[in-house]
Design a binder for this molecule. Structure first.
Ligand code: SF4
Length: 363
């Protein structure tokens, strides 16, 4: 298992929010590099990746320098599931995952025979933190009549306890299918995404109470003010945002869908309610369009880096170099757990294939 601070090691955490705040207090952003330091490290990384037959798999929210390096060296930039699938299909010996802990675990579950490294093992996610396996398993045990559907942003242990794993892009389709089959659902961990699916599908869903510290900070009032300045702008929002924000969105979608819709929409100005790391790809693919980050509440108590995930920001050239050079920060998932987690993951992949859905399909 990944060696990351366990919630039990924190002194008397009183609530999930308190646990998340304490994790945020531990976040150390990487040191800024000069241009020449950055170029030197990049050259060293390219050489190391070639020598070790390693590929970099970066999330859309990671630093633009890592995204460019992944694209330039036969690696991949995408959402969490696409990252894991790319890793499985790759002929690399080593996968370096620039993202957060659950992404490294998903890559390892799909590629058990490859070495999976992460620039840092301390990069976690507020959804993962707020859904510890012990309390989650008890919650499931209290509701044996419900099908357990969990979002990809969870630990391998929580995935292994589930019946289905879904990404934000396939969640609606899976829940709609289960609901049509007469099944009642226990959903975890993101309450906003769960509420959005419940509202859209009318399924009988019991929701776990956790949220993403980045998406929860986008404010409807700020978006309304922005629309007064840019009346022709389209609003694209990730479904981890609050209901008030989603009410204002022209398109609600996963990261991949936001990228696709930004290209398709005729609007020149686009307001985006998701992590600003995605702006790199948006701007690369649409140089003639203007992307505006949706307003947040600022640096509030639970959000130290609004509109940018503090844990994603921990990935850098420096941390990647030291991890790859020494082959440290390896992600290990115990084999029985990995086999159990693979079942609900495979169920989702089979569902997508059977229904000819790309896992990056509708929101
Ligand atoms: S942006 Fe939110 S959901 Fe994504 S890794 Fe960060 S805290 Fe988790």
């Amino acid at each position: 298992m990944i060696n990351i601070t366990n919630t039990q090691e924190l002194d008397n955490p009183t609530s999930d929010l308190e646990i998340v705040r304490r994790y945020l207090d531990q976040v150390k952003p990487p040191k800024e590099l000069s241009k020449s330091e950055s170029s030197k490290l990049e050259a060293q990384l390219r050489e190391l990746m070639q020598t070790k037959n390693a590929r970099l798999i970066a999330h859309y929210y990671s630093d633009s320098s890592l995204q460019d390096l992944a694209d330039d060296t036969g690696g991949f930039v995408g959402d969490s599931l696409e990252m894991a699938r790319f890793g499985r299909e790759s002929d690399a010996d080593i996968l370096v995952v620039a993202g957060v802990r659950f992404m490294g675990e998903s890559a390892k579950i799909l590629s058990p025979n490859k070495k999976v490294l992460m620039p840092t093992l301390d990069a976690t996610c507020s959804l993962d933190i707020a859904c510890p396996i012990e309390t989650f398993a008890s919650f499931c045990d209290e509701h044996p009549d419900r099908t357990v559907v969990v979002y990809a942003n969870t630990s391998a242990a929580v995935k292994a306890r589930s019946d289905w794993i879904v990404t934000s892009s396939i969640a609606l389709d899976v829940v709609e299918y289960l609901s049509d089959e007469g099944q009642k659902i226990l959903w975890a961990p993101d309450k906003h995404l769960g509420a959005y699916i419940k509202k859209t599908t009318d399924a009988d869903m019991l929701l776990w109470d956790a949220a993403c510290v980045v998406h929860e900070e986008f404010k409807a009032r700020g978006i309304k003010d922005m629309l007064a300045i840019y009346p022709d702008a389209a609003v694209l929002a990730h479904p981890e945002s609050t209901d008030a924000v989603l009410e204002l969105a022209d398109v609600i979608g996963s990261t991949t869908q936001i990228i696709n819709e930004a290209k398709r929409l005729p609007n020149r100005d686009i307001i985006v309610a998701t992590d600003q790391g995605i702006f790199h790809k948006l701007q690369q693919q649409n140089p003639d369009k203007s992307f505006i980050i949706a307003p947040t509440a600022g640096n509030s108590a639970a959000c130290k880096s609004c509109a940018h995930c503090p844990w994603m920001a921990m990935n850098s050239f420096q941390s990647m170099y030291s991890s790859l050079l020494q082959e440290t920060n390896e992600v290990l998932v115990e084999s029985t757990l990995a086999e159990q987690a693979m079942k609900p993951l495979q169920r989702m992949l089979d569902f997508a294939a059977k229904n000819q859905l790309r896992v990056k399909g509708r929101a």
